[in-house]
Design a protein around this ligand. Sequence first.
Ligand SMILES: *[C@@H]1O[C@H](CO)[C@@H](O)[C@H](O)[C@H]1NC(C)=O
Ligand SMILES: *[C@@H]1O[C@H](CO)[C@@H](O)[C@H](O)[C@H]1NC(C)=O
Ligand SMILES: *[C@@H]1O[C@H](CO)[C@@H](O)[C@H](O)[C@H]1NC(C)=O
Ligand SMILES: *[C@@H]1O[C@H](CO)[C@@H](O)[C@H](O)[C@H]1NC(C)=O
Ligand SMILES: *[C@@H]1O[C@H](CO)[C@@H](O)[C@H](O)[C@H]1NC(C)=O
Ligand SMILES: *[C@@H]1O[C@H](CO)[C@@H](O)[C@H](O)[C@H]1NC(C)=O
Ligand SMILES: *[C@@H]1O[C@H](CO)[C@@H](O)[C@H](O)[C@H]1NC(C)=O
Ligand SMILES: *[C@@H]1O[C@H](CO)[C@@H](O)[C@H](O)[C@H]1NC(C)=O
Ligand SMILES: *[C@@H]1O[C@H](CO)[C@@H](O)[C@H](O)[C@H]1NC(C)=O
Ligand SMILES: *[C@@H]1O[C@H](CO)[C@@H](O)[C@H](O)[C@H]1NC(C)=O
Length: 479
Amino acid sequence: MARGDSYMLMREETNPNVFVVQSKQARAPIASMERTRKLLIAFVIVMGILIIFLVVVLEHIIKSSNAKTEQTTGPFSSNCTITLVESIPENVTFSAGSVQNPSIYDGWMNLLDIAEERIDIASFYWTLQGSDTKTTDYSTEEGETVFKKLQDVAKAGVKIRIVQTPPTDAFPQIDTNILSKEGLADVRSLNITRLVGSGILHTKMWLVDGKHFYVGSANQDWRALTQVQELGLITYNCSLMANDMSKIFEVYWDLAKDTKIPNPWPKKYQTTINVDSPAQIKFNGSNAASVYLSSSPPKFCPPGRTDDLSAIIRVIDSATKFVFVSVMDYFPTTLYTRQRTYWPVIDDALRRAAFDRKVHVRLMASLWNHTRSDMKNYLRSLAALNYANDAYVQVRLYSVPPYTKEIPFTRVNHNKYMVTESVAYIGTSNWSADYFLYTGGIGYVINETGNSSNVRAQLQAVFERNWYSNFTTPIYDKD
Ligand SMILES: *[C@@H]1O[C@H](CO)[C@@H](O)[C@H](O)[C@H]1NC(C)=O
Ligand SMILES: *[C@@H]1O[C@H](CO)[C@@H](O)[C@H](O)[C@H]1NC(C)=O
Ligand SMILES: *[C@@H]1O[C@H](CO)[C@@H](O)[C@H](O)[C@H]1NC(C)=O
Ligand SMILES: *[C@@H]1O[C@H](CO)[C@@H](O)[C@H](O)[C@H]1NC(C)=O
Ligand SMILES: *[C@@H]1O[C@H](CO)[C@@H](O)[C@H](O)[C@H]1NC(C)=O
Ligand SMILES: *[C@@H]1O[C@H](CO)[C@@H](O)[C@H](O)[C@H]1NC(C)=O
Ligand SMILES: *[C@@H]1O[C@H](CO)[C@@H](O)[C@H](O)[C@H]1NC(C)=O
Ligand SMILES: *[C@@H]1O[C@H](CO)[C@@H](O)[C@H](O)[C@H]1NC(C)=O
Ligand SMILES: *[C@@H]1O[C@H](CO)[C@@H](O)[C@H](O)[C@H]1NC(C)=O
Ligand SMILES: *[C@@H]1O[C@H](CO)[C@@H](O)[C@H](O)[C@H]1NC(C)=O
């Protein structure tokens, strides 16, 4: 018997109320015996009801505490489904039979359709309407439909919160201004420079009803739906990970108002889901994976949160067969500091993988009108390792073919992801120092532990479709 139990028993034996009833009964005259008997029966009935009540309450408490354990540490939960979504620019066609995924446009519209209570969006800039970019073209339609639908769901009572980079001349944030003025969204601007000394919020994330979320490369820009190549993941019915995502959102949301980064971070921002203790999830009922979300910059990472750079390095370091990377920009340097400095943190990890462990490395960066010319130097440098000490490193540039009409800042592969033989990593950051030191971004790491058809395999198929398409050229004549 546990000590608590015997303590309870002692209390019962010496219960003064019980003693009072007994003593009353003993001294009562014969005439009042009947009344005492009735009192006793009533007492027993009341006690019975009380016990039943207690049992029901206890059962409820045990059940809800079990649910809590399941959320944080429990066995594989299998209600989460995950969908890889892409924007393929107008007039880009892959060879017949190539993999095809649902569009980001359909994914966002679906999220708007199923939203019941609230939508939280973390964003860089907003140009969902053709008028925002002074463009007249049929390809602005999807962005405009999303914007209209966002207004409609807000009017229907869904509470929308948006955090964005503060408006500037280049990004006047006209759309969110409209939403805010019409009382359709609560909008906050997060000035990361004020808190970190430099940087912007570059995240692209939607969180719906505390259970569904989107994360990926697409900005809140009509061009991101029809003129720029983008990739993201939508996770449905996954309150465990959505709740973790909400902690990242709340950091942005609260820091947009706060004057400084809290020290120490209050408990509500902290997480236990990270690189060392990922959540165990079976996506689509069967695809077992360990999963976590990483965040950037490190100053925005409360205790427990893995920073995005560490997540990327860990994925590369643990690859045993291959690492395929698709990023828009790749610079082992800072770009936006007054004086640029060399920063080979990711570059070294890729070289180690290839040179030390014979992991097949493929890097696909994007070439467009605004590509900085020195990027090719770093790409050639990495690819120069090919065949040295049996290293296998291939580097290609991907360019989206032109549209008949010239639309500024379009026709580029904006994807930011990596796939290895066991991990799918989806990010929002370019691979240069700045993005990991002072830019707001999110990484989503899915480490497949099962071997059934899964999102990692889907991501690999997308990479290979792009890699072998007509739109890539090797950084050297041959690779
Ligand atoms: C790719 O290029 C080849 C050679 O120019 C051409 O025959 C083929 O049709 C192109 N494929 C696609 C999907 O455009
Ligand atoms: C952001 O904060 C910095 C530093 O405090 C300030 O110089 C800048 O004007 C702010 N930017 C905006 C858009 O408010
Ligand atoms: C999410 O769960 C609900 C309720 O179980 C179900 O109706 C819906 O189809 C699920 N959504 C997805 C995308 O799996
Ligand atoms: C699955 O759904 C239940 C009930 O809504 C929820 O408590 C649980 O956290 C969900 N699992 C995950 C991994 O989100
Ligand atoms: C993926 O999980 C395996 C164990 O199942 C672990 O050894 C490996 O380090 C994990 N990879 C990453 C990138 O966390
Ligand atoms: C990019 O530059 C080329 C050549 O200068 C031009 O033909 C093309 O229209 C430009 N594209 C965009 C999207 O600006
Ligand atoms: C897209 O491609 C189609 C067929 O190749 C062509 O007719 C059309 O003019 C192109 N549209 C644009 C806007 O480039
Ligand atoms: C990185 O990505 C953003 C958009 O996500 C793009 O506007 C920017 O030009 C990219 N490149 C660099 C070098 O910052
Ligand atoms: C998954 O792994 C198990 C055990 O190694 C094996 O029996 C099964 O055939 C594998 N399934 C697939 C689809 O590869
Ligand atoms: C999971 O199910 C969804 C919806 O049924 C589907 O779109 C998606 O491709 C599936 N994901 C995987 C990894 O099989």
